[in-house]
Write a protein that binds this ligand. Structure first.
Ligand SMILES: NC(=O)c1ccc[n+]([C@@H]2O[C@H](COP(=O)([O-])OP(=O)(O)OC[C@H]3O[C@@H](n4cnc5c(N)ncnc54)[C@H](OP(=O)(O)O)[C@@H]3O)[C@@H](O)[C@H]2O)c1
Length: 241
């Protein structure tokens, strides 16, 4: 049996990838492609909805889907914990519906953040170096911020961050120095460096292309049919935490 899917933001860079993956799968069928000129009601022909549109309209898409009993997987950026809290009452009011928020579809990124939380309990000296292309305007990256927050959460004591008042020592995120490179030729890379007694450990994740999203997109879509309530993060979808 196939599950039918509506994609909001289907013509976008990420949306085109999502549509291709659904079309290539045997268990899902793409039945609606929505864009800026569409009526949101067009999604109602589908069993489930994927939102990969824009942060400014994503909340409206979520609300429309949930109010109409459609489970939805959201890959659009901007869903901070605070923003998710705002829609939690609506999600709770529709227990028959599932909602999945994925801020980063990369399987390797989810795995390396998880591995960093394992190493974080064993080393007191921890720093993050992230690199992206020159067009990324924000820094540090959302992934670096979330990695630092997760590391700090699993530790009982502060990370060693000497001389952190000096600019070249990076920006402290949850007490962890984060260094951002914005360089030509780079897609995305993150090193989490752990310093110990006479040794260091580095956990590196390198993004080479958008193909890194493919496994995570399909894992998240496959988790949606039959889901009740919300899941936040690819690590939860693939049961890393
Ligand atoms: N989770 C992840 O791993 C991940 C990875 C990459 C990107 N993202 C995020 O995914 C989102 C999309 O990125 P992108 O690069 O694909 O953007 P994009 O190429 O600019 O595509 C945006 C899409 O949104 C549609 N759209 C705009 N206004 C709309 C409206 N009012 N109603 C319905 N659809 C509307 C556009 O349709 P029209 O063509 O009709 O304007 C287009 O299809 C962004 O938030 C981005 O940060 C997430």
């Amino acid at each position: 049996m196939t599950t039918t899917v509506a994609v909001v933001g289907a013509s976008g860079k990420l949306g085109s990838l999502v549509c291709r993956l659904i079309n290539e799968s045997s268990d899902f069928e793409l039945v609606a492609q929505l864009g800026s000129q569409s009526d949101l009601a067009e999604m109602l022909v589908a069993d489930i909805v994927v939102d990969v549109s824009l942060p400014s309209i994503s909340r409206k898409v979520l609300e429309f889907a949930v109010e109409n009993g459609k489970s939805i997987m959201i890959g659009t950026s901007g869903w901070s914990a605070e923003r998710i809290n705002l829609v939690e009452p609506l999600i709770n009011a529709h227990p028959e519906v599932g909602v999945i928020f994925i801020s980063n579809f990369s399987l390797g990124s989810a795995l390396s953040a998880h591995l960093a939380t394992v190493a974080a309990k064993h080393f007191d000296s921890i720093e993050i170096i992230e690199a992206h292309g020159i067009h990324k305007v924000d820094s540090p990256s959302g992934t670096a911020v979330s990695t630092a927050e997760r590391i700090a959460k699993v530790r009982d004591s502060d990370v060693l961050a000497p001389h952190a008042d000096q600019r070249a020592r990076g920006q402290l995120v949850s007490g962890i120095p984060v260094h951002s490179l914005r360089m030509a030729g780079v897609v995305a890379k993150q090193d989490v460096v752990f310093g110990g007694n006479g040794e260091t450990v580095t956990i590196t994740h390198t993004t080479l292309s958008d193909r890194s999203y493919e496994a995570g997109i399909m894992a998240a879509i496959r988790a949606l049919p039959g889901l009740q309530g919300k899941i936040v993060g690819l690590d939860r979808v693939i049961s890393l935490s």
